[in-house]
Design a protein around this ligand. Structure first.
Ligand SMILES: Nc1ncnc2c1ncn2[C@@H]1O[C@H](COP(=O)(O)OP(=O)(O)OP(=O)(O)O)[C@@H](O)[C@H]1O
Length: 250
């Protein structure tokens, strides 16, 4: 379980997050939305241990976050910068396994299995630049999954992809989430995306000093598909509510 208790953060004199408390139960896919610059990335990076906690506490399974938590993986928007261009796709994916005791052949086998799982069979020996943007982001997701994280943090992961690729990757994420039950915190500024992939959507107010202004359960069938789900009255009602909260900041 991930728990944020009265978390506030500032950059110098500039308050960014103000008194954020959230409990994310195991296996939940929580989406965080809010206007540009409200502090979504700051929140995610603080949970990831990449920024120090200034006020309040963050715990993962009861342990306070003071550095990067065990079994944590992060996927950022900029896949081009997160993959190492001089390594093959397979070596990029296998990179996090170097810390474990696995031999090279076993690491490669794991990486190839996970690549197949994210829909990329047969690209293991290529280099990232030889793949499309959507494929590179699949590689980044494979690398995040290879250590079987218990907490996966995603910062606008599909923000720079075209609409069709984005939908495919949303569905991949849902499939992985259903199969593995990983706890996921997913930051997006796309309201429809938050309702489509989320079990729950939290809306932050505009800065400075963002707070949680809505905390909504997504009460839609677990099996989702891009056409049917997005046409459901429940989907439309939630999208409207989230959209209004983002726009009004209240
Ligand atoms: N390293 C930093 N130093 C100073 N200010 C920063 C730093 N990083 C972010 N900020 C400021 O903190 C605020 C929150 O930024 P953050 O990137 O967390 O917002 P965001 O909601 O993720 O934005 P977007 O949706 O545009 O990606 C912004 O006003 C930003 O300018």
């Amino acid at each position: 379980m991930l728990r944020l208790d009265r978390v506030s953060r500032r950059y110098g004199d500039h308050p960014v997050l103000d008194d954020i408390s959230l409990t994310v139960p195991d296996g939940q896919l929580l989406c965080v939305v809010g206007p540009s610059g409200c502090g979504k990335s700051t929140l995610l990076r603080t949970i990831a241990g990449l920024l120090p906690v200034q006020e309040g506490t963050i715990t993962v399974d009861g342990t306070p976050v003071t550095g990067v938590p065990e079994r944590l993986a992060v996927v950022f928007q900029e896949y081009g910068r997160s993959l190492l261009p001089w390594l093959t796709v397979r070596d990029n994916v296998a990179l996090p396994l170097r810390r474990g005791g696995l031999g090279r052949a076993a690491r490669h086998a794991e990486a190839e299995a996970i690549l197949e799982r994210v829909g990329l069979p047969g690209v293991a020996r290529r280099h990232p630049r030889q793949l499309s943007g959507g494929m590179q982001q699949r590689v980044a997701i494979a690398r995040a999954l290879v250590c079987r994280p218990s907490l996966l943090l995603m910062d606008e992961p599909f923000g720079s992809l075209d609409a069709r690729t984005r939908e495919d990757l949303e569905d991949l994420l849902l499939e992985v989430h259903r199969a593995d039950g990983t706890t996921i915190v997913f930051v997006t500024h796309d309201i429809d995306e938050s309702v489509y992939v989320g079990d729950r959507v939290v809306v932050l107010s505009p800065g400075p000093g963002s707070r949680v202004v809505r905390d909504l359960a997504v009460d839609l069938p677990g099996e989702r598909d891009q056409i049917t789900t997005r046409g459901l009255p429940g989907f439309v009602a939630l999208r409207t509510e989230v959209g209004r909260a983002v726009r009004n900041g209240a």
